[in-house]
Write a protein that binds this ligand. Structure first.
Ligand SMILES: [Zn+2]
Length: 272
């Protein structure tokens, strides 16, 4: 009983501490456009920086409760704006929050006592990272979390693949903009999950080196029995992909991310 109480207090203090980190202001001069609307008609905004032929997409807030990933995207926008504004080789696209309805609920409810679970799903209670139309899609699937992903909860994945407006919006955006590489930010895990392409694996190794995160191998990931995921959708199309699980729920982990993203840009810039 006492141990349970202490672990709850620890979770609350951790959440409070991480949430002290504010949201950086997004430079007003940046080009912004909505790629679509959520169920509650909140815009899903995208920013574009650079002018190159290689097109990279960074996506945060697929799970709205992962507030720290949205903070990360705001810092990323400031960083890209300073360093790569007129970059000739790469075009960077950043979607700071794919699930604005869930994100707004998470910000309002501040569910520190449960480690920040409120707001994970969209407004129809669908887990967006299980809603992609892939061979493994199921209406109900699993969400694994905790130490070594040992705890599991059943989640609703939608009536059919691509049923949700947030997923329809991102698919349309990727297909019409010839995106080469997709980074999908989540938390909490402190690991990276590369897609099946050789380039994905190379970028995963760079990310591991710069952040100290573990690589989650495909076989390990398979044991989590996730269905209808962004990764699987990218693998089906031969798109390069990296899922980055940062180490904090409410914080951005930015110093690690910055080092890794700089190294990744350097590598992609020389990769033709
Ligand atoms: Zn997530």
């Amino acid at each position: 009983m006492l141990i349970l109480l202490l672990s709850k207090i620890k979770l609350i203090l951790k959440g409070l501490y991480e949430s002290l980190e504010g949201f950086a202001e997004i430079p007003k001069s940046l080009a912004k456009f909505p790629i679509g609307l959520s169920h509650l008609k909140n815009p899903i905004d995208c920013y574009r920086i650079g002018n190159g032929e290689i097109k990279i997409l960074f996506v945060s807030g697929v799970h709205g409760n992962e507030v720290g990933t949205v903070k990360l995207s705001y810092k990323l926008l400031n960083f890209l704006n300073k360093k790569y504004l007129d970059f000739p080789e790469i075009t960077f696209y950043v979607i700071p929050c794919l699930n604005p309805d869930g994100f707004l609920a998470a910000k309002k409810n501040k569910d520190f006592i449960n480690g920040g679970k409120v707001g994970r799903f969209n407004n129809k209670n669908v887990d967006l990272n299980r809603n992609f139309n892939t061979p493994s899609f199921k209406k109900e699937s699993l969400w694994s979390f905790g130490k070594k992903y040992s705890q599991n909860i059943k989640v609703n994945c939608g009536d059919e693949g691509n049923s949700e407006p947030e997923i329809q919006a991102i698919i349309k955006f990727i297909e019409t903009n010839n995106i080469k590489f997709i980074f999908s930010f989540h938390n909490v895990g402190a690991d990276v999950l590369p897609g099946d392409t050789e380039l994905s694996k190379k970028i995963g190794d760079i990310y591991k080196k710069e952040t100290g995160y573990k690589i989650m191998l495909s076989e390990e990931w398979g044991k989590l029995k996730q269905t209808g995921t962004f990764k699987e959708w990218c693998d089906m199309r031969g798109l390069s992909f990296l899922e980055v699980e940062t180490s904090k729920r409410w914080g951005s982990d930015w110093s690690k991310q910055k080092k890794a993203i700089e190294a990744v840009v350097g590598y992609l810039n020389s990769y033709k």
